[in-house]
Every structure is written in structure tokens, then in C-alpha cells.
Write a protein that binds this ligand. Structure first.
Ligand code: B16
Ligand code: MG
Length: 216
């Protein structure tokens, strides 16, 4: 039976993908090529430097490491400025209700995000108190689909993997949950998240009762 819920951040609890998109687009324009919303889909759940590599491949650019560090830092400055204005109104539908339901039913909760800016987002939206453990990009050395972020989360909660479920919107995140030996509920479309146990459109479709569907 499920004793802990682990949540991805971007795309599950908040929609920060739009801010990532605007910052990457601004960078691509400075570099002289276009970056579309469809291109941005490829960056979801992917770490900052891996995202930059994908962006540069779209622009057919090869740059040395020092230059890449500088570009990533510039993109991050713009992104940090956007998220500095976030508040609770940007929490995705159903997220707060489901986190509260976890609390009310004695389920442990953890964040498992690739973002190094996760704490800023959690604090600005008021989500921090809903988590028993917070694992973000500042605490991991391997990015999703490596299971590290979720394995660490379960460890900190003291709950074995088979009693954990991960909520993820990105393919790499679903794979990470699988490799961690955890159940996984996809948020988004079944077309891309086929490896999840089941897929829902948003946490507004989730209840604690539905966790029993994972035990069948
Ligand atoms: P940062 P998640 C991920 O968050 C985003 O989906 C991805 O687009 C971003 O590149 C990554 O965090 C790193 O973010 O640049 O803030 O460290 O979905 O794992 O919560
Ligand atoms: Mg995500």
C-alpha cells in the first residue's frame, strides 16, 4: 500500500515551464535563431545545462564550456526574475487540495525536482509547509531519468520504494520513478507518459482513494 507521495514541481504543482520558455527564447534570439513552444517541450524535466545543449543543437551552435556557463547563468537570471513575482495563485488546479488530503490521511510527502530554484518557487507560492522532505537540483548529482532524486526523497521520508508513488509530467521523470522501483502517476497525456501506472490531466483528478488503483 502507498505510504508516501513524491511530487515533481514544474508541470505538476506549478507551471514554471512558461517562464523557462520565455527565458530560453530570449537567449535564442540573442544568439540569432528561433526557439518555439514546441521546442520547449523537449526541455521539460531536463536539467539546466542539458537544456542549454538541446537549445544550442536547435541553433546548430557549438560553444566552449566557459561560454556555455555564461549563457546558462544569463538565462537563469531572467528566469529567477520571473519567478520572484510568483504567488499562490500560480499553484496548479487540485495541487493544494491533494497535498492537504495527503496530510489529513497520514501520507508522507516529498518534492523531487530537477530545479535548483525549487526553494524560491515553493516559498513564493506558500507550498513549503506541505512537504516532509524537499529534494531539488541543488541536492542531486544525476538528473532524471536517473532515479537519484526520488530514491533520496524516499530515504529521507524513511519509506521503502514499493510504498511510494511519484507524480510526474515528463517522460524522463516517469522513467526515473520506474528505475527507483516506485509507482508512478502521469500528469498530462497518455501518449507521452505511457510508462506510468495511469495518467490524469491534473491533480484536480486525484484523490487519496484513487491510490488504491495502484494496488490492483
Ligand atoms: P533550473 P522539474 C525542471 O523542473 C524543469 O522542468 C526543467 O525545464 C528545468 O530545466 C529544470 O527543472 C532545471 O531548472 O534551471 O531552475 O535549475 O520538472 O524537475 O520540477
Ligand atoms: Mg516536471
Amino acid at each position: 500500500h502507498i505510504r508516501a507521495c513524491l511530487f515533481d514541481l514544474d508541470g505538476v504543482l506549478v507551471d514554471t515551464a512558461k517562464y523557462h520558455y520565455l527565458a530560453w527564447k530570449r537567449l535564442s534570439q540573442e544568439l540569432g535563431f528561433d526557439f518555439t513552444e514546441q521546442d520547449n517541450e523537449r526541455l521539460k524535466g531536463v536539467s539546466r545545462m542539458a537544456s542549454l545543449d538541446i537549445l544550442l543543437s536547435i541553433g546548430k551552435l557549438t560553444l566552449e564550456d566557459a561560454k556555455k556557463q555564461e549563457l546558462a547563468a544569463r538565462k537563469n537570471d531572467w528566469y529567477v526574475e520571473s519567478i520572484s513575482n510568483m504567488d499562490h495563485t500560480e499553484i496548479l488546479p487540485g495541487a493544494l487540495e491533494f497535498l492537504q488530503a495527503c496530510r489529513d490521511n497520514g501520507l508522507k510527502t516529498a518534492l523531487g525536482s530537477a530545479s535548483k530554484n525549487a526553494m524560491t518557487i515553493l516559498n513564493n507560492t506558500g507550498l513549503t509547509p506541505y512537504f516532509d522532505a524537499i529534494i531539488d537540483g541543488t541536492r542531486t548529482s544525476s538528473a532524471k531519468p536517473d532515479p537519484e532524486v526520488f530514491t533520496l526523497g524516499a530515504q529521507e521520508l524513511g519509506v521503502p520504494a514499493e510504498h511510494c508513488v511519484v507524480f510526474e509530467d515528463a517522460e524522463a521523470g516517469v522513467e526515473a520513478a520506474r528505475r527507483a522501483g516506485m509507482s508512478c502517476i502521469g500528469i498530462g497525456s497518455a501518449a507521452t507518459l505511457g510508462q506510468a501506472d495511469f495518467v490524469i490531466a491534473s491533480l484536480a483528478d486525484m484523490t487519496v482513494e484513487r491510490l488504491s488503483e495502484l494496488e490492483a
